[in-house]
Design a protein around this ligand. Structure first.
Ligand code: UDP
Length: 317
């Protein structure tokens, strides 16, 4: 099967490229490298260094393709609060272009990187896919708008699609040519920031007065390799038409302080921290109910917070 991976030079996309090509998939990449890294692209793949906003780039990338894994997009909650129009343009308008191009090219299968941010502040935890979707930030709103767009596309144009609602993705993957990991600049994610914390530049804890047992936000962390494996399983379910939505997490929540404790255990050193104000757009608790993915994708995460911290640490060395 020939798969187009949009966003294939980014953190998750580059690891998907690596795992899928080693499993025998033919892989093409479409990425504008705005936040990704072209040096992650293995040799021998078709790599279109282009944009979702340029139809000719998408058409070129779709040639001969059977299915699309759509990772490309802007993904920072804080940035989305500051620049909602950027998120609308890249995420929503870009996906509209991709769906139009897929229809023209008769590519009818898609797995989309949706997000737990579509749910907003949940009424019940763990969160099921049937929960209300009331995003608390523009990032989540764009992911929800795309999910709705894909549902409509599956009804009117026979698309067969899965949206995977990621909770917090972490960890790294070792390829033969070295580690593939988060290389965001600036880095906003908790685990890399905790592991890079120094006395002069301590990791900030965004809010210590949340309604949680230790006052810090609780998130559900899932290893990037487990996450990519779920995409491959989702791809295998794409027959006929329709749009299914699955949460991907571990089903267990960790507070910011618990993540810091796991990092202290892994490094054997105290992590310097700085109590800081809450970050705009953050809900207090996000933990996934993953029973749907378990049942219909036959997927289960196999790596825990210790592996996520240890792999991230190794990828830095
Ligand atoms: N967080 C933090 N300090 C940081 C980065 C993140 O306290 O330097 C908190 C953040 O407020 C959230 C959790 O850690 O509660 C996970 O944030 P991250 O940015 O890693 O992922 P997100 O939940 O935004 O997808």
């Amino acid at each position: 099967m020939h798969v187009l991976i949009t966003g294939g030079t980014g953190y998750i996309g580059s690891i998907a490229v690596e795992i899928m090509r080693t499993q025998g998939f033919e892989v093409s990449i479409l990425d504008d490298c705005s936040t990704g890294h072209a040096d992650s692209v293995p040799t021998g793949l078709r790599f279109v260094a282009g944009s979702l906003l340029v139809r000719a780039d998408i058409d070129q990338a779709l040639e001969g393709v059977d299915a699309v894994l759509h990772f490309a997009g802007k993904s920072l909650v804080g940035e989305s609060v500051e620049k909602p129009e950027l998120y609308q343009r890249i995420n929503v308008d870009g996906t509209r272009n991709l769906l139009d191009a897929m229809k023209s090219a008769h590519v009818m299968k898609m797995v989309f990187s949706s997000s737990a941010a579509t749910y907003g502040e949940p009424k019940e935890v763990p969160i099921r896919e049937s929960a209300a979707t009331l995003p608390t930030n523009p990032y989540g709103a764009t992911k929800l708008a795309i999910d709705h767009m894909i549902t409509a596309e599956s009804k009117t144009h026979h698309l067969s699609a899965v949206s995977l609602r990621y909770f917090n993705v972490a960890g790294a993957h070792k390829a033969e040519r070295g580690w593939l990991s988060e290389r965001h600049n600036p880095e906003t994610h908790l685990i890399p920031n905790v592991l890079r914390s120094t006395p002069n530049n301590p990791v900030r804890i965004f809010g210590t007065d949340w309604q949680t047992p230790d006052g810090t936000c609780i998130r559900d962390y899932v290893h990037v390799v487990d996450l990519v494996n779920a995409h491959i399983k989702a791809l295998e379910t794409l027959t006929g038409t329709g749009h299914e939505i699955y949460n991907l997490g571990s089903g267990t929540g960790y507070s910011v302080r618990q993540v810091i404790a796991a990092a202290e255990k892994a490094t054997g050193q105290a992590i310097p921290t700085q109590d800081s104000p809450r970050r705009d757009g953050d809900p207090a608790v996000l933990v996934a109910d993953i029973s749907r993915a378990k049942q219909y994708l036959q997927w289960e995460p196999s790596l825990g917070i210790e592996e996520m911290v240890a792999d991230t640490l190794q990828s830095f060395q």
